[in-house]
Write a protein that binds this ligand. Structure first.
Ligand code: FPP
Length: 233
Protein backbone atom coordinates (compact mmCIF):
# COMPACT_ATOMS: atom_id res chain seq x y z
CA UNK A 1 0.00 0.00 0.00
CA UNK A 2 1.33 3.40 -0.93
CA UNK A 3 -0.13 6.75 0.06
CA UNK A 4 1.46 8.52 -2.84
CA UNK A 5 -0.51 10.73 -5.16
CA UNK A 6 -0.27 9.27 -8.69
CA UNK A 7 2.07 11.42 -10.79
CA UNK A 8 0.45 10.70 -14.15
CA UNK A 9 -3.27 10.08 -14.49
CA UNK A 10 -5.00 9.16 -17.76
CA UNK A 11 -8.77 9.30 -18.18
CA UNK A 12 -11.07 7.83 -20.81
CA UNK A 13 -13.93 10.31 -20.61
CA UNK A 14 -16.76 7.97 -21.56
CA UNK A 15 -20.52 8.33 -21.24
CA UNK A 16 -21.26 11.80 -22.59
CA UNK A 17 -23.78 10.43 -25.10
CA UNK A 18 -25.64 8.30 -22.56
CA UNK A 19 -25.63 11.15 -20.04
CA UNK A 20 -27.30 13.42 -22.61
CA UNK A 21 -29.78 10.76 -23.77
CA UNK A 22 -30.90 10.13 -20.21
CA UNK A 23 -31.78 13.83 -19.99
CA UNK A 24 -33.55 13.88 -23.36
CA UNK A 25 -30.76 16.03 -24.84
CA UNK A 26 -28.74 15.60 -28.06
CA UNK A 27 -25.40 13.76 -27.75
CA UNK A 28 -23.55 17.01 -28.44
CA UNK A 29 -25.00 18.48 -25.22
CA UNK A 30 -23.20 15.65 -23.39
CA UNK A 31 -19.91 16.52 -25.08
CA UNK A 32 -20.37 20.19 -24.21
CA UNK A 33 -20.97 19.35 -20.56
CA UNK A 34 -18.01 16.96 -20.78
CA UNK A 35 -15.77 19.80 -21.93
CA UNK A 36 -16.85 21.97 -18.99
CA UNK A 37 -15.99 19.06 -16.74
CA UNK A 38 -12.49 18.96 -18.23
CA UNK A 39 -11.99 22.39 -16.67
CA UNK A 40 -13.27 21.24 -13.25
CA UNK A 41 -11.20 18.06 -13.18
CA UNK A 42 -8.04 19.80 -14.43
CA UNK A 43 -8.37 22.35 -11.62
CA UNK A 44 -8.97 19.55 -9.11
CA UNK A 45 -5.91 17.58 -10.30
CA UNK A 46 -3.82 20.74 -10.06
CA UNK A 47 -4.96 21.28 -6.46
CA UNK A 48 -4.32 17.65 -5.52
CA UNK A 49 -0.76 17.82 -6.88
CA UNK A 50 -1.02 15.42 -9.82
CA UNK A 51 1.78 16.22 -12.28
CA UNK A 52 0.18 15.20 -15.56
CA UNK A 53 -3.41 14.54 -16.62
CA UNK A 54 -3.92 12.95 -20.04
CA UNK A 55 -7.49 13.13 -21.36
CA UNK A 56 -8.80 11.14 -24.32
CA UNK A 57 -10.66 13.91 -26.15
CA UNK A 58 -10.78 12.40 -29.66
CA UNK A 59 -9.54 9.04 -30.85
CA UNK A 60 -8.32 7.98 -34.28
CA UNK A 61 -11.46 5.81 -34.39
CA UNK A 62 -13.88 8.67 -33.60
CA UNK A 63 -13.84 9.76 -37.28
CA UNK A 64 -16.33 6.90 -37.83
CA UNK A 65 -19.07 8.81 -35.97
CA UNK A 66 -21.79 10.76 -37.80
CA UNK A 67 -20.48 13.87 -39.56
CA UNK A 68 -22.38 16.25 -37.31
CA UNK A 69 -20.90 14.76 -34.15
CA UNK A 70 -17.38 14.66 -35.61
CA UNK A 71 -17.72 18.32 -36.63
CA UNK A 72 -18.82 19.22 -33.10
CA UNK A 73 -16.00 17.26 -31.43
CA UNK A 74 -13.40 18.81 -33.76
CA UNK A 75 -14.46 22.31 -32.74
CA UNK A 76 -14.70 21.56 -29.02
CA UNK A 77 -11.02 22.08 -28.09
CA UNK A 78 -11.17 25.55 -29.65
CA UNK A 79 -14.37 26.40 -27.77
CA UNK A 80 -12.84 25.02 -24.57
CA UNK A 81 -9.65 27.06 -24.73
CA UNK A 82 -11.47 30.23 -25.73
CA UNK A 83 -13.56 29.83 -22.58
CA UNK A 84 -10.98 28.61 -20.08
CA UNK A 85 -7.42 29.43 -21.17
CA UNK A 86 -7.29 32.55 -19.00
CA UNK A 87 -8.24 30.56 -15.93
CA UNK A 88 -5.84 27.70 -16.74
CA UNK A 89 -3.08 30.29 -17.13
CA UNK A 90 -3.94 31.90 -13.77
CA UNK A 91 -3.78 28.48 -12.12
CA UNK A 92 -0.29 27.86 -13.57
CA UNK A 93 -1.51 24.89 -15.68
CA UNK A 94 0.54 23.91 -18.73
CA UNK A 95 -1.33 22.72 -21.80
CA UNK A 96 0.07 20.09 -24.16
CA UNK A 97 -1.45 17.65 -26.63
CA UNK A 98 -0.76 14.21 -28.03
CA UNK A 99 -1.95 13.19 -31.47
CA UNK A 100 -2.04 14.36 -35.05
CA UNK A 101 -3.68 17.76 -35.08
CA UNK A 102 -3.43 18.30 -38.83
CA UNK A 103 -6.81 16.70 -39.61
CA UNK A 104 -8.56 19.23 -37.40
CA UNK A 105 -9.99 22.57 -38.64
CA UNK A 106 -7.29 25.22 -38.96
CA UNK A 107 -8.93 27.54 -36.40
CA UNK A 108 -9.00 24.70 -33.83
CA UNK A 109 -5.33 23.95 -34.49
CA UNK A 110 -4.50 27.64 -34.05
CA UNK A 111 -6.30 27.89 -30.70
CA UNK A 112 -4.63 24.72 -29.40
CA UNK A 113 -1.16 25.80 -30.52
CA UNK A 114 -1.73 29.19 -28.90
CA UNK A 115 -2.79 27.54 -25.61
CA UNK A 116 0.36 25.39 -25.71
CA UNK A 117 2.72 28.30 -26.34
CA UNK A 118 0.99 30.63 -23.89
CA UNK A 119 1.30 28.16 -21.03
CA UNK A 120 4.65 26.57 -21.86
CA UNK A 121 6.47 28.05 -18.85
CA UNK A 122 3.80 27.14 -16.33
CA UNK A 123 4.91 24.76 -13.60
CA UNK A 124 1.65 23.34 -12.24
CA UNK A 125 -0.36 20.47 -13.68
CA UNK A 126 0.38 19.46 -17.28
CA UNK A 127 -2.99 19.08 -18.96
CA UNK A 128 -2.43 16.91 -22.02
CA UNK A 129 -5.30 16.46 -24.47
CA UNK A 130 -5.12 13.33 -26.58
CA UNK A 131 -6.61 14.58 -29.84
CA UNK A 132 -6.83 12.43 -32.95
CA UNK A 133 -4.78 10.03 -30.87
CA UNK A 134 -4.61 6.25 -31.13
CA UNK A 135 -1.99 4.10 -29.51
CA UNK A 136 -1.46 1.78 -32.47
CA UNK A 137 -0.91 4.82 -34.70
CA UNK A 138 1.49 6.27 -32.09
CA UNK A 139 3.51 3.03 -32.03
CA UNK A 140 3.48 2.74 -35.82
CA UNK A 141 4.75 6.31 -36.29
CA UNK A 142 7.43 5.69 -33.64
CA UNK A 143 8.61 2.52 -35.38
CA UNK A 144 8.71 4.34 -38.73
CA UNK A 145 10.75 7.17 -37.22
CA UNK A 146 13.20 4.77 -35.63
CA UNK A 147 13.53 2.74 -38.86
CA UNK A 148 14.23 5.87 -40.88
CA UNK A 149 16.90 7.03 -38.40
CA UNK A 150 18.58 3.64 -38.68
CA UNK A 151 18.31 3.71 -42.49
CA UNK A 152 19.92 7.17 -42.58
CA UNK A 153 22.74 5.98 -40.34
CA UNK A 154 21.64 8.38 -37.59
CA UNK A 155 21.63 5.63 -35.01
CA UNK A 156 22.52 2.02 -34.42
CA UNK A 157 19.95 -0.71 -34.63
CA UNK A 158 19.99 -1.12 -30.86
CA UNK A 159 16.85 0.41 -29.36
CA UNK A 160 16.54 -0.12 -25.60
CA UNK A 161 13.26 -0.21 -23.68
CA UNK A 162 14.02 2.99 -21.80
CA UNK A 163 14.61 4.89 -25.07
CA UNK A 164 11.17 4.07 -26.48
CA UNK A 165 9.58 7.23 -25.08
CA UNK A 166 11.65 9.26 -27.53
CA UNK A 167 9.57 7.72 -30.32
CA UNK A 168 6.19 8.10 -28.64
CA UNK A 169 3.70 10.95 -28.26
CA UNK A 170 3.49 10.53 -24.48
CA UNK A 171 6.75 10.08 -22.61
CA UNK A 172 5.56 9.28 -19.12
CA UNK A 173 4.43 6.00 -17.62
CA UNK A 174 0.80 6.20 -16.51
CA UNK A 175 0.27 5.48 -12.80
CA UNK A 176 -3.51 5.53 -12.77
CA UNK A 177 -5.91 4.99 -15.67
CA UNK A 178 -9.59 5.77 -15.07
CA UNK A 179 -12.47 4.98 -17.42
CA UNK A 180 -15.83 6.50 -16.64
CA UNK A 181 -19.31 5.21 -17.40
CA UNK A 182 -18.98 1.52 -16.70
CA UNK A 183 -17.27 0.16 -19.81
CA UNK A 184 -14.18 -1.92 -19.09
CA UNK A 185 -11.96 -1.47 -22.13
CA UNK A 186 -8.74 0.37 -22.98
CA UNK A 187 -9.84 1.45 -26.48
CA UNK A 188 -6.41 1.91 -28.07
CA UNK A 189 -5.28 4.36 -25.36
CA UNK A 190 -1.66 4.61 -24.18
CA UNK A 191 -0.94 0.90 -24.63
CA UNK A 192 2.81 1.24 -24.02
CA UNK A 193 2.46 3.72 -21.15
CA UNK A 194 -0.07 1.72 -19.08
CA UNK A 195 2.13 -1.38 -18.76
CA UNK A 196 2.01 -1.09 -14.94
CA UNK A 197 -0.82 1.41 -14.47
CA UNK A 198 -3.54 0.73 -11.94
CA UNK A 199 -6.88 0.58 -13.73
CA UNK A 200 -10.08 1.93 -12.22
CA UNK A 201 -13.48 1.66 -13.91
CA UNK A 202 -16.17 3.84 -12.40
CA UNK A 203 -19.87 3.68 -13.32
CA UNK A 204 -20.15 7.49 -13.16
CA UNK A 205 -20.62 9.16 -16.58
CA UNK A 206 -17.92 11.69 -17.48
CA UNK A 207 -20.13 14.80 -17.14
CA UNK A 208 -20.94 13.71 -13.56
CA UNK A 209 -17.38 12.69 -12.64
CA UNK A 210 -16.48 15.27 -10.01
CA UNK A 211 -13.66 16.02 -7.57
CA UNK A 212 -15.22 13.74 -4.95
CA UNK A 213 -15.24 10.78 -7.37
CA UNK A 214 -11.69 11.62 -8.46
CA UNK A 215 -10.58 11.56 -4.80
CA UNK A 216 -12.36 8.24 -4.33
CA UNK A 217 -10.42 6.83 -7.30
CA UNK A 218 -7.16 8.16 -5.86
CA UNK A 219 -7.82 6.59 -2.48
CA UNK A 220 -8.62 3.28 -4.20
CA UNK A 221 -5.31 3.65 -6.08
CA UNK A 222 -3.52 4.24 -2.78
CA UNK A 223 -4.86 0.97 -1.40
CA UNK A 224 -3.40 -1.02 -4.30
CA UNK A 225 -0.10 -2.82 -3.84
CA UNK A 226 1.98 -1.84 -6.88
CA UNK A 227 4.60 -4.53 -7.30
CA UNK A 228 5.76 -3.88 -10.88
CA UNK A 229 6.24 -7.60 -11.33
CA UNK A 230 8.31 -7.92 -8.14
CA UNK A 231 7.24 -8.99 -4.69
CA UNK A 232 5.75 -6.69 -2.10
CA UNK A 233 6.62 -2.97 -2.36
C1 FPP B 1 -16.92 9.23 -25.24
O1 FPP B 1 -18.25 9.30 -24.81
C2 FPP B 1 -16.44 10.57 -25.36
C3 FPP B 1 -15.88 11.10 -26.47
C4 FPP B 1 -15.64 10.35 -27.71
C5 FPP B 1 -15.49 12.51 -26.52
C6 FPP B 1 -14.92 12.99 -25.26
C7 FPP B 1 -14.84 14.44 -25.31
C8 FPP B 1 -15.08 15.25 -24.27
C9 FPP B 1 -15.42 14.79 -22.93
C10 FPP B 1 -14.94 16.69 -24.39
C11 FPP B 1 -13.58 17.06 -24.89
C12 FPP B 1 -13.11 18.22 -24.21
C13 FPP B 1 -12.17 19.02 -24.69
C14 FPP B 1 -11.64 20.06 -23.83
C15 FPP B 1 -11.64 18.93 -26.05
P1 FPP B 1 -19.41 8.81 -25.77
O2 FPP B 1 -19.94 9.97 -26.51
O3 FPP B 1 -18.92 7.68 -26.61
O4 FPP B 1 -20.47 8.33 -24.75
P2 FPP B 1 -21.49 7.14 -24.92
O5 FPP B 1 -20.67 5.89 -24.81
O6 FPP B 1 -22.41 7.35 -23.76
O7 FPP B 1 -22.16 7.30 -26.24
Amino acid sequence: MSLEIPKTVAIIMDGNGRWAKAKGLPRTAGHKQGATNVRDIALACNEIGIKKLILYAFSTENWKRPEEEVGFLCKLPGVFFNMFIKELMEKNIRVTFAGELNRFPQDTQDVINKAVSMTENNTGLELCLAINYGSRRELLLGIQKYASEVAQGLRENDLEEDEMSKYLMVEEEVDLMIRTSGEQRISNYLLWQIAYAELIFTPVAWPDFDKKELERCISEYQKRDRRFGGLTS
